[in-house]
Design a protein around this ligand. Structure first.
Ligand SMILES: Nc1ncnc2c1ncn2[C@@H]1O[C@H](COP(=O)(O)OP(=O)(O)OP(=O)(O)O)[C@@H](O)[C@H]1O
Ligand SMILES: [Mg+2]
Length: 508
């Protein structure tokens, strides 16, 4: 196998590839994550890898970057076989991975995170000034204007993602793998990242780019590799890349049902928010209401205060003022347990810290309510049988796992998000607050989620749907509230809901 690859005289194939994976196999208990998967990337090429949740994308990337060992197959770097035993091995060879799930140390500052483990310490001590200076250079490159001394945990999740990208740039990799780098970035941040990628491509860096946002893929990819059920499903050259072509290779079925809404009449007012002030934006107060069976989108740029608003309504964050009523009943501030008992649900933005217990099984997570209140909740909620909940949602959301007892921490990113959703749907809330519920979710499952949301609305559930994806907001909402810097700047009704109208209220 190795001799075939080393034929450096022939200018045709393998030796021209920067990185090549051949017949990679990887099994986990109960799951074949990768089955004879092959891929290759040339210098200065952007290869997008797409596929449904659980298709094996992250697993393949972890193998390329030395995080995991393959059970079968072979990697070649510049035509020579390589066996990465660790992340450091891969890094030393010039292969760096930006993880799908953020991998930063919360308690360290931005600069320390960027240089973690590689501090310039030639003289035996960490040269803090250099670290900060260098960090700033990479932060500027990704368009992030924060002090390198800020603790990472103080940053919103989108900015943490940019720190992660800055960290990867600082490595000067030959092959840079980005596993869903834009899932929590704003449009502007995404555009900056696209520029960074083009720049790196111009310098001959090979970039592997994973995203569920097919528009981005169309924009940036030189070639697209599609994985399906752990296997190669096909590959598309630049000219052949289209939304439809990718979807049909990924899903193998028609997903044009997207955003289909059933006709329904809103009922009486279910949630009433009056003069609500959050701690992040104390100078603004917001008022609005939702009716039974309404789907109200909350649009805005990243950092517009959507999550803060939802968290203050729900009672995770304290309120500085104002009232929240559910079915006419006043909800006490900072008492999410009470909110839940009254029929309010919140699917939070950050599933890892707020949504799931990674060390528990899929079934347990799906039948839990939210983390901090778990033990006390049983008094309030009439739980369905754990197994019933699992059966219902594993099927309707198509959660890909080896079974009800698999640990949630071992699921693919998108499947984890589905478990968070299942958990809240199982509680049958009368008002459901969704904060970026389809982040990291593949196109087929997104359709399932829109369908579910529509069904819930048809049953009279009120839904507040915060999202950064314009298309989704426009497609799903009966009405849209647009936020800018902590304030609801406008409301759009049905046929007023257009991209331009949303943007002009969001950007001000
Ligand atoms: N450490 C592990 N132990 C057990 N199963 C695992 C492990 N890592 C991944 N899997 C399983 O392997 C399959 C592929 O997962 P992977 O994370 O590669 O998917 P993905 O294509 O990245 O999906 P997503 O779009 O949701 O991120 C999934 O069924 C997942 O549950
Ligand atoms: Mg993944």
């Amino acid at each position: 196998m190795e001799t075939a690859i080393n034929s450096s005289e022939t200018q045709t194939v393998p030796s021209n590839y920067r990185l090549q994976a051949e017949d990679i196999g990887k099994r986990f208990p109960g799951v074949i994550a990768l089955d004879q998967v092959s891929m290759e990337i040339s210098p200065g090429e952007v290869l997008a890898v797409v596929g449904e949740n659980g298709a094996g994308k992250s697993t393949l990337m972890k193998i390329l970057a030395g995080v995991q060992n393959p059970d079968a197959g072979q990697l070649f770097l510049d035509g020579s076989p390589v066996h990465f035993q660790s992340v450091d091995d891969a890094l030393n060879a010039g292969v760096a991975l930006i993880h799908q799930e953020l991998n930063l140390s919360d308690n360290l500052d931005v600069a320390a995170n960027i240089f973690l483990g590689r501090e310039p310490n030639r003289f035996g001590w960490i040269d803090r000034a250099t670290v900060e200076q260098e960090s700033q250079k990479f932060l500027r490159q990704v368009g992030l204007d924060v002090s390198p001394r800020l603790l990472v945990r103080e940053l919103p999740i989108g900015q943490q993602q940019l720190v992660e990208i800055a960290k990867a740039l600082s490595i000067n990799a030959k092959v840079l793998i980005m596993d869903e780098p834009t899932s929590s970035l704003s449009q502007k941040e995404t555009a900056t990242l696209m520029d960074v990628i083009r720049q790196l491509r111009g310098q001959g860096v090979s970039i592997v780019y994973i995203s569920h946002r097919l528009k981005e893929v169309e924009e940036i990819a030189d070639r697209v590799l599609v994985l399906r059920d752990g296997k190669n499903a096909g590959s598309l050259k630049r000219g052949d890349v289209s939304h439809q072509a990718m979807v049909s290779l990924m899903v193998g079925r028609d997903v044009s049902r997207f955003y289909q809404r059933s006709a329904h009449q809103p009922g009486s007012i279910s949630l009433q928010v009056e003069n609500l002030r959050t701690t992040t934006w104390p100078e603004h107060s917001n008022s609005f209401q939702i009716r039974e069976g309404e789907i109200v989108g909350i649009a805005g740029l990243v950092g517009a205060g959507r999550s803060e608003l939802l968290r203050a309504i729900f009672g995770i964050d304290n309120r500085l003022g104002g009232t929240v009523r559910l079915g006419g009943k006043l909800l006490t501030a900072h008492a999410s347990r009470e909110s839940i008992a009254a029929g309010l649900g919140l699917v939070p933005e950050d599933r890892k810290s707020e949504g799931l217990i990674l060390e528990m099984s899929v079934q347990e997570n799906a039948s839990l309510a939210s983390l901090p209140f778990r033990a006390k909740w049983n008094r309030f909620i009439n739980f369905q049988n754990e197994k019933e909940i699992y059966d219902e949602f594993a099927e309707s959301l198509n959660i890909r796992c080896s079974g009800p007892n698999q640990l949630v921490g071992l699921l693919s990113g998108g499947n984890q998000q589905k478990v968070v959703l299942a958990k809240w749907l199982a509680m049958k809330p009368s008002v459901l607050l969704l904060d970026e519920p389809t982040r990291g979710i593949d196109i087929g499952a997104k359709e399932e989620i829109y369908h579910l949301v529509d069904q819930l609305a048809a049953k009279g559930v009120s839904i507040l749907f915060a999202s950064s994806e314009m298309e989704e907001i426009i497609g799903i909402s009966d009405r849209v509230l647009v936020m800018h810097e902590g304030k609801i700047t406008g409301e759009l009704l049905q046929d007023q809901i257009t991209e331009e109208a949303v943007m002009s209220l969001a950007a001000q």
